[in-house]
Design a protein around this ligand. Sequence first.
Ligand code: SAM
Length: 230
Amino acid sequence: MPPVQAPHGPLRSYGRIKSRNLKPRQAEILARRADDVSLPDPDLGPIDPKTIAPDAAETWLEIGFGGGEHMVAQAARAPGVLLLGAEPFFNGFASAVRHIEEAGVSNVRVLQGDARALLAALPDASLARVFILFPDPWPKARHHKRRLVQDEVIAEMARAVRPGGRLRFATDWADYADWTLRRLLRSPDWRWIAQGADDWRTPPADHITTRYETKRLGDCAPVFLEFERR
Ligand SMILES: C[S@@+](CC[C@H](N)C(=O)[O-])C[C@H]1O[C@@H](n2cnc3c(N)ncnc32)[C@H](O)[C@@H]1O
C-alpha cells in the first residue's frame, strides 16, 4: 500500500511526549492490551473503520484524548459506536489503555501519535463525530501556528466527516475560542449550530468533564463550540 501523505507540519509538543515511568499495574495492562486496542500506523496506509468494526453504527474520533477518560466514558455510553483516539503523549496513551481495560469496553482503538496523520489515513465521510477538547493553547502569538486548529486541519476534518456529522471544540482560552470560531465560520464546510447567544457557555448535554478541564488553567470559563458538517 502506498504511504499516506500527511498534509501537515511536524508535531510540536506543548507538554511532555516522552514517558515517565509507569506504575507496575499500568505497565502490565499496557503490555497485555496495547496490541489489541492499537490502531495500525497511519503512515503505512489507509485505515478503514469498517474493517476494524464492521458492525459499528458510526465512528467517532477524539483528537488529543489526554488520559483517555472522556473517550472511554463516551465509548461506554455508546457501545454501538467505534471510538478512535489519537494522543502522542506516551503516558496518556498508557492511561487510556488502562481505562479501556477497567471499563471493559471493546469499541475503542487508539493511536499513540499525531491525530493529523490518522485523519489523513481515514476514508472520506467515514466519521460521524470529532472531539477536540481543551487542545494545547499555545497562547503566545508567535506560537499560534502550532495550534491544532488550522485551515488545513479544518478542511481535512471536513473530508473525513460525513454530511450532518459533528465537530465539538472546547477550550478555556478566550483567544483560542475566537481563533477557532473565526476559522470554522469562514470554512464553507461547517455550520455553527449555536441556537442562542449563550449556547457556547453551557456544556452540551452529553459532555463529560475532562481531566484538563478540571484544572482550570485557561483565562476564561470553558467555551463549547459545536459545528455541523454541511
Ligand atoms: C491540554 S491537553 C488536553 C487533553 C484532554 N483533551 C483533556 O481535556 O483532558 C491537549 C492534548 O492534545 C495532545 N495533542 C497535541 N497535538 C496533538 C496532535 N497533533 N494529535 C493528537 N493529540 C495532540 C497533547 O499531547 C495533549 O495531551
